[in-house]
Design a protein around this ligand. Structure first.
Ligand code: TPP
Ligand code: MG
Length: 512
């Protein structure tokens, strides 16, 4: 006899979902028990739900297929919410399995009772809650078919009841290129032929070599500029890859970047806006008078357009331009050149560097060996260390380098324990500026200019100073501290050439 928990696992395995990032409780115990019957499922224990959800996002971005999470009722889901928000913004497919109380227990108002469906709705493209085993298999299939963040709420009695059946296989989904229009939109073609200044904003699956090459070919014949978001979900960059320029985080710089354009063509991208409202400032970054067009059909449509407008043109590839190794005391301007100069081939670069990366990363890594960058899509910090875990599990043969600001690191620091337990090839570089530096800058920008001692204490991460070397070692990740570029270089070389996880605390000279 198959119980509900077993039917869920069998359905996941039948659909090639092979990793489950888990932090279970009593209501999920049948799912945990069932794991021993399904060795094809790799269950990865995360010590906080925000680690599980961020890891599932990182896995999905790199594997291109979903992972599952296992979360404990409403509070467990809520703990995972910020990174589910980032996953939703990234467009990552994943399936949350959230336990619930059995039907007989629902009306008792026991301590963990909550409105799971409402909580799930905040971040999910699909929410299902099978009432009995008969609905279970089809519900798992629906969740996997939904794409995006899907949440399956499983009452404990559905998990433990016998008579369940696996749901079979998800019917093959149409890929975006199949579902988009056959050719590029007539209007975009006209715009590109008009000779008027155009910019492309690319995102999603277009930030691959194929998509970037198509955009570059069109750029060569039309003069179009090619941009991507500040923090894309996944962006192919470096030597041998056609270039795109990230839209700046700062509105005034974006206005310069887009200055003079007459048309903005979005390909799988949202129109650019400022991340926050600032008194007296426009949130839209596209100037009035600029026409915004959407090119549907992603890479296929863009490539078709390139073949038509630039048939003989070959995409320009970024040259290999190894950064020069800086020397002296580490600061926000030089550390990135150390990492770039020593970046291993085919690295996965997780970017939660915040202010320490904002202005330097695009330049520092433009000529580095080709790599994939995973960005902070939803601006909910605490993404980097979990994302790195998921990416490393999705791509065990690729080195993962996690660029992690000190404040953001602390949200989900327990991910380091998972890095160690799973012996993942992740080198984490903590950018320790001992502050929430970005908030200091934002204070002025929102018009709150007077920073007294109480306000300053909300942004200075001192008293006590965080000791990331001890914190890391306490979770089983070998760690060192670097205060100079030379130390960072030596430690980074060792870390990336030794299997398993490592952490380097890069102490950056204060910007205060
Ligand atoms: C979940 C969440 N909580 C709070 C914030 C607000 N916030 C944005 S950046 C930041 C501090 C970042 O500090 P750190 O990671 O050290 O980067 P730095 O600014 O120093 O470069 C905070 C608290 C947020 N974006 N997301
Ligand atoms: Mg900081």
């Amino acid at each position: 006899m198959t119980n509900g928990a077993e039917a869920i696992l069998q359905t996941l395995i039948d659909n090639d979902v092979r990793v489950c990032f888990a932090n279970p409780g009593t209501s999920e115990m049948h799912l945990v028990a069932a794991l021993d019957s399904f060795p094809q499922m790799r269950a990865v224990l995360c010590l906080f739900e925000g680690v599980a959800t961020g890891a599932a996002d990182g896995y999905g971005r790199m594997a291109g297929s979903p992972a599952a999470t296992l979360l404990h009722l409403g509070p467990g889901l809520a703990n995972g919410m910020a990174n589910l928000h980032n996953a939703r913004r990234a467009g990552t497919a994943l399936l949350n399995i959230v336990g619930d109380h059995a039907a007989s227990h629902q009306d008792l108002d026991s301590p963990l009772q909550s409105d799971i469906r409402s909580a799930a709705g905040v971040v999910s493209t699909w929410v299902g809650r099978p009432a009995g085993v008969a609905d279970l298999g089809p519900a798992v299939i629906e969740g996997l078919q939904a794409g995006g963040v899907a949440t399956l709420i499983v009452p404990a009695d559905v998990s433990w009841s016998d008579g369940a059946e696996p749901g079979g296989r998800v019917p093959r989904a149409q890929t975006p290129s199949e579902s988009g229009p056959a050719g590029a939109s007539e209007r975009v073609r006209e715009v590109l032929r008009s000779g008027e200044p155009v910019a492309f904003l690319l995102d999603g699956s277009v930030l691959t070599e194929a998509g970037l090459a198509a955009a570059d070919r069109i750029a060569q014949v039309s003069g179009a500029r090619v941009f991507c978001p500040t923090w894309p979900a996944r962006w192919r960059r470096g030597a041998g890859v056609p270039r795109a320029t990230p839209i700046s985080y700062r509105a005034e710089t974006v206005r310069e970047q887009l200055d003079g354009i007459r048309h903005l063509v979005l390909v799988e991208a949202r129109p650019p806006v400022t991340s926050f409202a600032y008194p007296g400032q426009e949130g839209r970054l596209v100037a009035p008078g600029v026409d915004v067009h959407e090119l549907e059909g992603g890479v296929a449509a863009l490539s078709a357009l390139a073949d038509e407008l630039a048939p003989e043109v070959i995409a320009r590839l970024a040259e290999s331009r190894p950064a020069e190794l800086p020397t002296g005391t580490l600061n926000a301007d030089n550390w990135a050149y150390v990492v770039s100069a020593l970046l291993p081939d085919e690295a996965i670069l997780v970017d939660e560097a915040i202010t320490s990366g904002l202005t330097v990363l695009p330049d520092a890594f433009a000529g580095a060996p080709a790599h994939d960058v995973l960005g902070l899509t939803g601006l909910a910090i605490g993404q980097g260390l979990p994302l790195a875990a998921g990416a490393a599990i999705a791509c065990p043969d690729r080195p993962v380098v996690c660029l992690e600001a000190d404040g953001s690191a602390m949200y989900t620091l327990s991910a380091l324990w998972t890095h160690a337990r799973e012996q993942l090839n992740i080198t984490t570089v903590i950018l320790n500026n001992r502050s929430y530096a970005i908030l200091r800058a934002e204070m002025g920008r929102v018009g709150a200019t007077a920073i007294g001692p109480s306000a300053a204490s909300m942004m200075d991460l001192v008293g006590p100073d965080l000791d990331f070397v001890s914190l890391s070692q306490g979770m089983g990740v070998p760690a060192t501290r670097a205060t100079t570029a030379e130390e960072l270089a030596a430690q980074f070389k060792t870390a990336t050439s030794t299997p398993g996880p490592h952490l380097i605390e890069a102490v950056l000279t204060s910007d205060r």
